[in-house]
Design a protein around this ligand. Structure first.
Ligand code: ADP
Ligand code: GN1
Ligand code: MG
Length: 380
């Protein structure tokens, strides 16, 4: 147990600490809600940043400050906007730093608690999906003119599928928990799709899609909605760094269209819901279609398939490795998560033509036939 009151005393909060308790359902950091006594003062989020996952916390916090200050400046010129609720606000320590290191070497940071929010692990209406899409799309377009040097890579190779596949092979070779024999079906599933899943990387290498500033962890509970379920604030900025638009679109589709839980034991509960897909795509493309090139738009539906694959691969790799990365709640949790993600992918594979149609509809891109791909790529 951490002495939360003592940790908080290192930060410049307003109001008097009354209580601190674990909060949220993130898989990486330790998050606590900190309440203050006075009704007219902010409450706070306190986080212990996982420095085994994020090896350069100072570089990460430098990114977070740049990103939040850039967005805050934009919001300040929007009539009626409330920057304390619509962007994360980093609370400085007593000596003006953006994080505090305790005696055990843990990294702590604080944000204003964004009050009156709704947060969803699962989405049950196209309207909510639309709001999420709109928010992540807007997030990306607000950062398109971030001045200065590129953001730090907080996790190198984060969505590099070739690297992820290599890691899987390496861990299978070591097989430290003797679990490889339990996942024959999943190994076959991964291998049979490995080449297809390199599509985005290949397009990037060929210069057909640009690196942008992306969030890279756009699961639906990383956007807060208002009590009326309107888009409020994009949170969890630890992985904001250079990436392809597909990373943001794909990871959101993975979470906002799933009729089951991310780790559902009951695989029959898991399907990709096409109405939720339409809601999300409509919102995301409303904010981004003017800036994306045709090749990017053409591959958004594919990005939907990439993410259950890549995150499922990461869950199963962690399972074979002995559960060192994701927080787990029971022994075979990472395997269960991977099975659920792979089920979601098969549901998308069945509905892929519909997903394409929807992206073309809201992306304003005419339907393409395969033999015209080369002309279109050359145009963009
Ligand atoms: P993780 O990387 O572990 O997912 P997050 O930064 O996403 O950590 O925080 C975990 C949860 O805490 C979020 O899903 C959200 O519910 C809540 N949360 C985080 N920051 C805030 C904030 N500033 N205001 C309100 N809730 C927050
Ligand atoms: C982690 O931090 P959180 O819980 O929002 C992970 C994502 C995965 C997700 C799967 C830094 O997200 O990449 O998609 O779990 N974040 C990191 O639920 O690895
Ligand atoms: Mg999160």
């Amino acid at each position: 147990m951490h002495d939360l009151k003592n940790i908080v005393s290192n930060f410049r909060i307003t109001g008097t600490y009354t209580n601190g308790a674990p909060y949220g359902s993130g898989h990486i950091n330790d998050t606590f809600k900190i309440d203050t006594k006075e009704a007219d003062q902010f409450n706070y989020i306190l986080q212990r940043v996982n420095h085994h996952v994020f090896k350069d916390v100072p570089g990460l916090m430098e990114n977070v400050l740049r990103v939040t200050q850039h967005i805050r400046k934009k919001l300040e010129s929007v009539p009626g906007a409330n920057p304390d609720r619509e962007v994360l606000t980093v609370i400085p320590t007593l000596n003006g730093a953006s994080y505090h290191v305790d005696q055990e070497g843990n990294f702590w940071r604080m944000y204003i608690f964004i009050w009156d929010n709704n947060s969803y692990d699962m989405v049950d209406s196209p309207e909510k999906a639309f709001e999420g899409g709109r928010m992540f799309g807007k997030f990306q377009s607000m950062l398109a003119d971030l001045p200065g040097k590129p953001l730090n890579d907080t996790i190198p190779n984060f969505h590099n599928i070739t690297w992820r596949l290599d890691m899987f092979t390496e861990v299978l070779g070591k097989n430290p928990m003797k679990r490889a024999g339990l996942i024959r079906e999943e190994i076959e599933f991964v291998q049979s799709r490995a080449e297809e899943m390199k599509t985005i990387l290949h397009l990037g290498e060929a210069g057909k899609i640009p690196l942008r500033i992306t969030h890279n962890d756009t699961k639906f509970n990383n956007v807060l909605l208002t009590k009326e379920d309107k888009g409020l604030c994009v949170i969890d900025l630890d992985t904001v760094m250079p990436g392809y638009v597909h990373y943001d679109f794909g990871d959101s589709i993975r979470t906002s269209t799933n009729t089951g839980n991310e780790d559902d034991k009951d695989l029959s509960a898991i399907e990709m819901n096409i109405d939720l897909f339409e809601g999300y795509a409509k919102g995301f493309l409303q904010e981004t279609k003017e800036t994306l090139n045709k090749v990017e738009i053409d591959h958004l539906a594919f990005a939907g398939k990439l993410f259950p694959y890549i995150i499922g691969l990461r869950f199963i790799t962690d399972y074979v490795d002995g559960d060192n990365y994701f927080k787990i709640h029971h022994e075979h949790h990472n395997l269960q998560r991977a099975k659920a993600q792979f089920k979601l992918l098969t549901s998308m594979e069945r509905q892929y033509a519909n997903m394409q149609e929807i992206v073309w509809k809201y992306g304003g891109v005419a339907k393409v036939t395969p033999n015209r791909d080369a002309d279109r790529d050359a145009e963009s």
